[in-house]
Design a protein around this ligand. Structure first.
Ligand code: TYD
Length: 133
């Protein structure tokens, strides 16, 4: 499974909490793109794709959601429900994002710019790409 949970450093005092992740220290890529999802609904899933090369770190800064991560052989579920959790997802991982709460704010740090060519949006194609079929 090409994913892992990262530890976000948290600095807490009476003013509140401050979380830090540093590129090339806490995860092994430089950030070229940041995007975020908000005004979500539990009625609609997102994701349903894999990336050929893209690496990402995902943070749920508010609300909650679940990632179903699939390497073509096994599926594992990761719940993101607090801003101290960060999820690294490497290449060739199919992901479904489900149970997005209405207050979910999901921020993604990515190692490259957006390119539709870089997506695998068909599950059978994903299985072929990883050599499963
Ligand atoms: P989509 O891939 O459907 O989002 P999700 O992975 O959350 O299901 O992306 C929605 C739209 O936004 C789609 O038309 C592509 C566009 N988009 C960009 O233009 N740039 C980006 O960096 C991203 C992530 C999406």
């Amino acid at each position: 499974m090409n994913y892992k949970m990262l530890s976000v450093r948290i600095f807490s005092d009476e003013r509140g909490n401050l979380g830090v992740l540093e590129a090339l220290k806490d995860f092994s890529f430089e950030i070229k793109r940041v995007y975020y999802i908000f005004n979500t609904s539990p009625k609609f899933d997102r994701g349903s794709h894999a990336h050929k090369e893209l690496e990402q770190v995902v943070l749920c800064l508010n609300g909650s959601c679940e990632f179903v991560l699939d390497d073509g052989f096994n599926k594992e579920i990761v719940t993101l429900d607090c801003p101290t959790k960060a999820l690294y997802i490497g290449k060739n991982m199919w992901r479904e994002i489900r149970n997005l709460s209405e207050d979910c704010i999901l921020v993604t740090l990515a190692n490259d710019y957006y390119s539709e060519d870089e997506y695998i949006r068909d599950y059978q194609q994903f299985l072929k790409t990883i050599g499963r079929f």
